[in-house]
Ligand binder design. Structure first.
Ligand code: GLN
Length: 549
């Protein structure tokens, strides 16, 4: 029998419900259970793939090519298990399916209603997770906060699941926020009480309250929460804000959440959790390490969530090589106006991440030109790889008009062009080249040495590619194609020969970086950054940096 742990949020959003869910997933995995996770997103978009990063943050891509909510990135980083497209469900998907079936006549003339048709489809989607992932425990996080109109059908579906599957197979965790009143120096539980009351009015009684706060929670306050919210005192879990993200599983373990959940679901741990690697990771995060600066030249830099996995991959790599990387968030459109160059010049490395659309493109190309000519380590991620090639072409073909046809359809030098299979596609949702594809590495190149293996698989999300008509002419000038699709058709990695480290990948390596197993390309980049900064590196244990097994 599959066990389900449902997580809801109360009081305010952005208190780390996704991280809490992910960390609890780790607690259960450490006890020897097969764990999977699912996010239920109440918005009506079919997936976040077509949403602006300003609205939604990063679009996280899975092995199977699903474009998902960024919380799935937290899940994969914490539980270190590849998730499936069934692990992210939106209201848009639920309604599309039910309406398609209605049009086919599947409901035989019945009136289609939220209960039972929508709720049944939600329950069906939740039930797909253990089937697709072979999990014994499925953690299901509901997006938004309790009280949102959009989330009502999801809460109703979960309520039904509890009565259908029984209390012993389902647990509810409510993640709330305790505001701190500066004037009296107190933490307040009233908003938590109200949001639990709201949850109860939907027929759901939480088994656990995870109370997030910026200040430590006293014993008195715990008792009060237990009493007023009617939960077992052991079910009150206080999680104070920590600057070290990867400490959250340790905090939850210390609070006894893992043992409490195991007992609550009638399970017995198969093994004692081994937190050694996580403790080392946290200890390393706390240690003073030599500082280095990395400029991230993007266009959504006001909202760092838009580059969540890049930021985490930088963090993992800097821990692995023993430096403390500060990211300077630079807006590419500002660079175009001549602003931010001083900061760019102060950085020991440059990252140009993925992106779409023409705004700020010239600023990114200028950053690539600066990195190439000044020999500053550069890592290009998808668009960052394409623009590195555009810059190289502009210089060596002596034509500032060289471009990607994404930004200039009539460029005389379309160095980056639409993938042939993308021609004629009009529908924007879910139609890019998505998910895992193999990449064959050229030995002796920067990328080849970084991976130290002949073939890898990486996650993609793009419509454009390097135009093979330019391979010979730019190859002669020192653009190296160090990673190719096995059929030799598609350039997966390009690098500059005469440079300490200037590497761009058509895929997104950041999606496969894990806290205890940083990504080889980020690691190699970080080593070059440390060298540029003139600081020593101290390697983490070798197991912490091997590529994906
Ligand atoms: N816009 C580019 C393309 O579609 C790059 C995409 C990306 O950076 N993810 O190919």
């Amino acid at each position: 029998m599959t066990k389900y742990i449902f997580l809801t949020g109360g009081v305010v959003s952005s208190v780390g419900k996704g991280v809490t869910a992910a960390a609890l997933g780790r607690l259960m995995k450490e006890r020897g259970f097969r764990v999977s996770m699912q996010k239920l997103d109440p918005y009506i978009n079919v997936d976040p793939g077509t949403m602006s990063p300003y609205q939604h943050g990063e679009v996280y891509v899975l092995d199977d090519g699903a474009e998902t909510d960024l919380d799935l990135g937290h899940y994969e980083r914490f539980i270190d298990t590849s998730l499936s497209r069934v692990c992210n469900v939106t209201t848009g998907q639920i309604y599309s399916e039910v309406i398609a079936r209605e049009r086919r006549g599947d409901f035989l003339g019945g009136t289609i209603q939220v209960i039972p048709h929508i709720t049944n489809e939600i329950k069906h989607r939740i039930g797909l997770v253990p089937k697709a992932t072979n999990a014994e425990i499925v953690l299901v996080e509901v997006g938004g906060t309790v009280g949102d109109i959009e989330s009502l059908p999801f809460l109703e579906a979960l309520r039904q699941m509890r009565s259908e599957l029984g209390r012993e197979n389902t647990a509810f965790i409510h993640v709330t926020w305790l505001p701190h009143i500066g004037a009296t120096g107190e933490l307040k539980t009233k908003p938590t009480q109200h949001s639990v009351a709201e949850l109860r009015s939907r027929g759901i009684s939480p088994d656990v309250i995870v109370a997030r706060s910026d200040e430590p929670v006293t014993e008195d306050l715990r008792t009060k929460i237990a009493l007023f919210c009617d939960v077992d005192p052991r079910g009150v879990i206080a999680v104070v804000t920590t600057p070290v993200l990867y400490e959250v599983p340790l905090l939850l373990e210390r609070e006894g959440l893992g043992d409490y959940m195991t007992a609550r679901l009638g399970l017995e741990s198969r093994q004692a959790p081994d937190w050694t690697a996580w403790e080392q990771l946290v200890e390393r995060s706390r240690q003073a390490r030599p500082k280095v600066k990395i400029a991230l030249v993007g266009k959504y830099v006001e909202l760092q969530d838009a580059y969540m996995s890049v930021r985490e991959a930088v963090r993992h790599a800097s821990l692995a090589v023993g430096v403390d990387a500060e990211i300077l968030w630079l807006h590419s459109a500002e660079l175009e106006k001549g602003k931010g160059w001083e900061e760019l010049r102060s950085a020991h490395g440059v990252i140009v991440p993925g992106g779409f659309g023409s705004r700020g493109i010239e600023g990114k190309i200028a950053a690539a030109r600066y990195a190439r000519t000044e020999k500053v380590p550069y890592l290009g991620l998808c668009l960052g790889m394409q623009l590195m090639c555009v810059e190289f072409a502009r210089t060596f073909l002596q034509s500032e008009d060289a471009n990607s046809t994404e930004f200039d359809r009539t460029t005389p030098h379309p160095v980056i062009d639409l993938l042939p299979e993308q021609r004629g596609i009009g529908n924007m949702g879910g139609t890019m080249r998505l998910g895992l594809y193999p990449c064959q590495l050229t030995p002796g190149t920067r990328a080849g040495s970084a991976y130290a293996q002949p073939m890898v698989e990486e996650r993609h999300r793009h419509r454009f590619e390097f135009n093979n008509n330019y391979r010979d002419v730019l190859g002669e000038k020192g653009l190296v194609f160090s990673g190719m699709s096995p059929d030799g058709r598609l350039v997966e990695i390009a690098e500059i020969a005469d440079h300490p480290f200037m590497v761009g990948s058509q895929f997104h390596p950041e999606f496969l970086s894990r806290p205890n197993r940083c990504h080889p390309l980020f690691r190699a980049f970080m080593e070059a950054v440390a060298k540029r900064a003139g600081v020593p590196t101290t390697s983490a244990p070798p197991s912490a940096s091997t590529s994906r097994s």
